[in-house]
Design a protein. Structure first.
Ligand code: SF4
Length: 86
């Protein structure tokens, strides 16, 4: 249940970033990879079902085919979690 809520929060944050920020260079690179991917159908990833424009805005998201990886390192994520639960 908590995992699901965290996933929903991550998705909502990605959509908010999509609506309020420009693509960073790294996000644009991910988007370019997705644009050329045969699993991209009308900006929906057929591997995970995500809306690609928002997916690349999540620093925790990964490509299910490992064509690109999350922006944050595992160490960054652990630091982020430690800070949230202090
Ligand atoms: S997330 Fe990966 S599998 Fe999905 S469209 Fe992008 S490159 Fe392709």
């Amino acid at each position: 249940m908590i995992k699901t809520l965290k996933k929903i929060k991550e998705i909502l944050q990605a959509y908010i970033r999509l609506l309020t920020t420009k693509y960073t260079v790294e996000e644009q690179n991910k988007l370019n990879i997705c644009k050329q991917c045969p699993r991209n159908k009308f900006n929906i990833c057929k591997e995970c079902g995500c809306f690609i424009n928002a997916k690349v805005k999540s620093p925790l998201a990964n490509c299910p085919l490992n064509k690109w990886n999350q922006t944050l390192t595992k160490e960054d994520i652990l630091n982020e979690l430690n800070n949230r639960f202090k």
